[in-house]
Design a protein around this ligand. Structure first.
Ligand code: MRU
Length: 387
């Protein structure tokens, strides 16, 4: 199912094809590789909430496409004899009669769609970054309804396309940190399945391998939903990269053994001082790295920074349903009535992070001053949330 962009292998994690949001259903992996087509806003919201599509950048792209889908369905409801579809990522925008179309109606419908999508998951800031960028286009898109529809579609497609370019750039910056023969530990899944199709933390590894370096990877299982075991191992094996899966609890003895040269993870939200929220269990790895002298790298695009907040204490942490911990493959794992604690993310303080790898470059020993300096530097790429 993968395809090539330039020299890079890319997964069709999320796409907008023939008037529908198309995703790989990640809840079925690795048993089944299945593309599903989402035809309503409710289906898109459900897919994000239930982790059919997951990972901060992929959630942002899917949310932008959710708004476009709502526009698609509004147009279809207004036209007497609708064509098969109005929007497609390859073909762009089809033609449709302007009559009956009012900018006020479009704006109201998409504002409501934004509200629905913003309620799906609270931690990954890329979701809100993408929704805000779409909403700015909806508000500022002028009085001509046909031009407004074009601007909205272009914005959604640009979010997707730019994200992929950002992943290529970020990965190139990070690959310089990896030497031939290194062994890397990662947590959760920050690869093609979590992004526009290439990856952030795994993108760094992919780029190093593309450069001819031999890299071995250990992938934490990532309880309770097993993103590391099910998704990261699946991606790495598809590419023929040496991968070993371990239980999360085995990470300490592995790090103590001296076998790990670096830990690389993704991020869901990075505060103005560099504190980083990522999948629950990431903080454990950062503490281990500090204890055993292993570099701890975070790889993330600028859209994952939230400089509207000063520290990680302000990052909202999603708490998910107890059933995710209390059962496994349909069987209970705890006595009935046991109290369960199931936060989906934790926050690693900036002081434990060796460097944050972005598309603009590598911020070593991140701090509020370094992030602010980078922000005031008008480089390429979109500004971070709140910037
Ligand atoms: O709950 P998930 O699977 O959406 O959590 C994903 C992560 O924590 C990823 O590491 C993060 O979003 C970065 S993805 C490039």
């Amino acid at each position: 199912m993968e395809y090539r962009v330039e020299d890079h292998v890319v997964l069709p994690t999320v796409d907008y094809r023939a008037g529908r949001v198309t995703i790989i259903d990640q809840t079925l992996l690795p048993a089944e590789e299945s593309l599903i087509r989402l035809s309503t806003l409710a289906q898109v919201a459900e897919a994000i909430r239930t982790l059919r599509v997951r990972g901060a950048p992929a959630i942002g792209i899917t949310a932008a496409y959710g708004m476009l889908l709502e526009l698609e369905n509004l147009l279809a409801s207004l036209v007497v004899d609708p064509p098969g579809y109005f929007f497609d990522r390859n073909e762009g925008m089809g033609s449709f009669p302007g009559g009956g179309l009012e900018t006020a109606r479009i704006r109201k419908t998409l504002a409501e769609a934004r509200t629905v999508l913003a309620r799906t998951r609270p931690t990954a800031v890329n979701l809100f970054w993408a929704l805000d960028r779409m909403s700015r286009t909806v508000k500022g898109g002028g009085r001509d309804p046909v031009a407004l529809c074009g601007a909205i579609a272009s914005c959604a497609f640009a979010i997707h396309e730019e994200e992929l370019r950002i992943e290529f750039a970020l990965s190139g910056n990070g690959a310089d940190l990896l030497r031939d023969g290194m062994t890397v530990l990662t947590h959760c899944n920050a690869g093609g399945l979590a992004t526009a199709g290439y990856g952030t933390a795994l993108g760094v590894i992919y780029r190093a391998v593309e450069q001819g370096k031999r890299i071995a990877v250990y992938a934490d299982e990532t309880r309770p939903l097993l993103q590391g075991a099910r998704l990261t191992a699946w991606e790495l094996m598809k590419r023929g990269i040496d991968v070993t899966v371990l239980c999360d609890g085995a990470a300490a003895s592995l790090c103590a053994s001296g076998k790990i040269d670096a830990v690389i993870v993704g991020a869901d939200r990075i505060a103005g001082n560099g504190d980083t929220a990522n999948k629950i269990g990431t903080l454990t790895l950062a503490v281990l790295c500090g204890r055993f002298g292993i570099p701890f790298y975070v790889a993330a695009p600028w859209s994952t920074f939230d400089v509207s907040i000063g520290t990680g204490k302000e990052i909202p942490i999603e708490e998910r349903d107890a059933s995710e911990v209390g059962s496994f493959s349909g069987s209970p794992t705890v006595p009935e009535g046991a109290v369960i604690y199931n936060p989906a993310f934790d926050v690693t303080p900036a002081s434990l992070i060796t460097a944050i790898i972005t598309e603009r470059g590598v911020i070593t020993r991140p701090s509020a001053a370094k992030i602010a300096a980078e922000l005031s530097n008008p480089g390429d790429g979109p500004p971070p949330q709140g910037g």
